[in-house]
Every structure is written in C-alpha cells, then in structure tokens.
Design a protein around this ligand. Structure first.
Ligand SMILES: [Zn+2]
Length: 445
C-alpha cells in the first residue's frame, strides 16, 4: 500500500541511481535460447549486514512469453539485477533488474537480530548452452556489484518438465502472441470454490481500474490478461482480522514486517507455480478481503484487497511499483522521516535528489520558464493534507517539486500531483514515460 512501501523504498533508496550502462543490445533470441522458460529457485538468506544465495531447483515452465527482442534490460531498475552469460562466448545474453522481499526485510529491525531465508526465483528464456547466472546488487553508491554466480548446464535439466497445477484459467483480454504482448496473470488468494464468481467480478474490477488510467488505457491492445483460479481450502487472508489464520493458498498475509496493512506472500515459489500456468510478465494477486491492504514490488507481484472502496487506486498505484519500479512520491506518512537525504541519485524514474539541477533526469520534459526547483503550496498542503490544485501555480507542468519518496526535503517529484503522490487516478507524465519505456521492451518485435 502506498503508505507501507516505506521499507521497500529505504532499501532501494540506499542505493543510487547510476544504473550500469545498458549492455549491448541485439542478441538474437534463437541463437542463444530455446522457446521455453527456465525458472531458477533459490533461497536468499542473511541479516541486515550479510546475504547469501543457495540454489534450490530449476524448472521448465513451458513456452516463453517474455521479451524476445530486447533481451538485455536497458533500464536495470531495482535493487538487484541478474545476467545470463553465455560461457562459451562470454556474452551477456539476457539481463533483468528486480526487487525482492529479502531486500525489504534487510531494512527491518528484525534483520539486525535474525538470520532468515526467503524463497526467490528468477525467470528467463531457456539457454541452449552452458551459462553463468550472475546476481548483482547496488552498493551504497548505487553501482551494481556482483554478489553471486552459478554455472549451469541446461542439458542437465532438459527433462525437468514441470507439472502445472490443475486449475481453471480464463482469458479476460487476449490481444495476441504473448511474446509481443505484456502478459498479466491475475491470481486468487483466499477464494474458495464457492467464491469463483466473486473472483471473476474482482478480475473485472481490476481490468476496469487498470485500463481507465494512462498509459494503459490507450495501450490496451498491448496487453493480455489471464485469470488463474488458484482456489484456497478456506476463505480469507491471514491476519485480515486478529488471530485469523486461514489456509490461503498463496500465503498472503497482512502485517508484513509488522505493518498492519502491508501484504506480501511468504510463498513466492507457490505464487510462481500458479502464475506459470500461463505465460506471464507481471503478477496481480487479488485477495478475498475487505480489509484495506496490499503491496507492490518491482518485477515480483502486487497484492491488493479487491473489495475496498479505494480498490481501483490501490491496484493501479501498486502496478506503478510492479511494472516500472516507480517510487512513492508522497512523503507525509509518519515513518517518512526515518529516511535520510541521499548522497546519490535514486534509480527510480520519478524521483530525484536534484543533486545537480542542470542534469535533472526528466529535463527534456520541462518547459522553458519553469523554475527548478518548482514552487508549490507545500506549507498549505502539509497543514491541510489536501492539494488545492486550482491554486497551484505550476499545476500540470513538469518541474521538480520538493517532497517525495518519504522525504519532505531533499527529494523531488516531477509534477505537483500523481497517483504515486495522492489518490488521484492519473500518473504524471514522467511516470507515464517510465511505464511506457518498460512496456515497450515487452512488445518490441
Ligand atoms: Zn509520478
């Protein structure tokens, strides 16, 4: 949920913006890959100061539905990134940036005292030849450093065809070949067999919300949306009320990291098992709950209560985190001030520390004559917690408005208002631009 993304932000925020320069593009898919999906499961373990990776298993998830033209992620957003390196040629043949639950957990007090493991996976097209899986993480100056590598011979896993869970699947939007579309899979958590109709209604609720907002609205034909009826033996979501522990199949739970409305799953491999029933790029977990809550992690999944008054806002906002790693632009939650002013530029598309105003990362979108930083009625907003848009001198303009990413000072957002800032149902232009950049690499031919 917006307010509860602070932990994620801190973890992302410690690192800076200098994404490693984009790796060479234009690797031909068929030269290096078969049309199958390889999923590598591993345990990501450690404390606030340490981390390690243990390979757990490799699965063949069936036909590849992801990127086939732009194989090396040109943006490398997120706290982590992985590379697939062809051992024979030494070439990086696939890369992807991402964030993880472990990365968030490392910012909690608990991680100072405990050593804990989390399920994680990375997915990529099935390499034809022996490859090295290289894991990288941003250091304190935001530069990626290698932290783990394993050499894997795919021939050893050729027979590892995995059995899909037997579940009902329904396409709510089928726009074409998954290899050139953005494939969203919607999963159910806490729905029983008798709730299937309700789940279908909730998927429609998600569709209505998502496709009513730009840039998704005018790009609807770029998307496929499939619902997987991952039913649970009992109704509801863990801790949606006090002492309530139903056996919801995907393991979503309120009170993640002690934050009441923050919902994540501790069963990432189960989530992916159900997601992989169809080719997918992004995962939406709809929860059979009327308690406000959710979460969204870049390149992992979103969770959202489907039956709350602000469900549309929550779903779309979380998709901003999930698809393009957009930062929260708000700064008024009480935990905001635990974050310190950065010495390095954050990597997210939509916030800046404005360390050098002449190099503002979205400067090409700023009209001449717009002052940087850009004045706004910050004091009034902080008093009333309401934006009076009609009184904002630079309303609708792109600039650099102080107050963003949980920081009242020293962090700036691109427009005075955005769905990453308030409950407005509009992404600002910089957020839209970031989303479009990411969506483009999934549909490229
Ligand atoms: Zn924005």
């Amino acid at each position: 949920m917006i307010r509860f993304k602070v932990l994620l932000f801190i973890c992302l925020f410690v690192m800076v913006a200098k994404a490693q320069s984009p790796v060479k593009m234009g690797v031909a898919f068929s030269t290096y890959f078969e049309d199958k999906t390889m999923r590598v499961d591993y345990l990501h373990s450690g404390t606030s100061q340490t981390e390690s990776f243990t390979l757990y298993g490799i699965k063949n998830e069936g036909p590849w539905g992801g990127r086939v033209s732009v194989l090396n992620d040109p943006y490398q957003l997120g706290l982590y990134a992985f590379d697939i390196v062809d051992v024979a040629s030494g070439k990086v043949i696939y890369t992807q940036g991402f964030c993880s639950v472990f990365g968030e957990w490392q910012t909690t007090l608990e991680s100072r005292e405990l050593n804990k493991s989390f399920q994680e996976s990375v997915r990529f097209p099935w390499p034809k030849n022996t490859f090295k899986l290289v894991m990288r993480k941003r250091d304190s100056t935001q530069v990626f450093q290698e932290i783990w590598a394993e050499t894997i011979n795919p021939a050893q896993y050729a027979e590892s065809q995995w059995t899909y869970p037997e579940v009902k699947v329904r396409y709510f939007l089928n726009s074409g070949n998954p290899k050139h579309k953005v494939d969203i899979v919607v999963l159910a958590d806490g729905f029983t067999l008798s709730d299937t109709l309700e789940f279908s209604k909730d998927v429609n609720r998600f569709m209505d919300a998502f496709f009513s907002v730009e840039p998704f609205k005018s790009r609807k034909a770029d998307f496929n949306v499939a619902a997987v009826y991952s039913l649970s033996p009992a109704e509801g979501i863990r801790l949606q009320k006090k002492n309530f522990y139903p056996s919801n199949i995907l393991g979503c739970s309120y009170s993640t990291f002690g934050i009441d409305r923050y919902v994540l799953s501790d069963k990432e491999w189960t989530v992916r098992d159900y997601a992989a029933v169809v080719p997918y790029d992004f995962i939406v977990i709809l929860m059979n709950s009327n308690k406000y809550g959710g979460g969204g992690i870049y390149n992992l999944y979103i969770t959202a209560s489907a039956r709350i008054p602000n469900a549309d806002y929550v779903m779309v906002h979380e998709m901003g985190h999930h698809i393009a790693g957009l930062a929260d632009e708000y700064y008024t939650s009480e935990v905001a001030y635990q974050v310190s002013v950065p010495h390095y530029e954050p990597w997210e598309f939509n916030i800046t520390a404005l360390l050098d105003p002449t190099k503002l990362k979205w400067k090409e979108m700023v009209e001449p004559g717009t002052p940087i930083p850009t004045p706004w009625n910050k004091q009034d907003y902080e008093k009333t917690m309401k934006l009076n848009i009609s009184k904002e001198p630079f309303q609708g303009k792109v600039g650099a408005f102080e107050g963003a990413g949980y920081l009242s000072q020293g962090m700036y957002r691109p427009e005075v208002n955005c769905i990453m800032f308030s409950h407005s149902l509009t992404f600002c232009r910089v957020c839209q631009d970031g989303l479009n950049k990411v969506l483009d690499i999934y549909v490229a031919k």
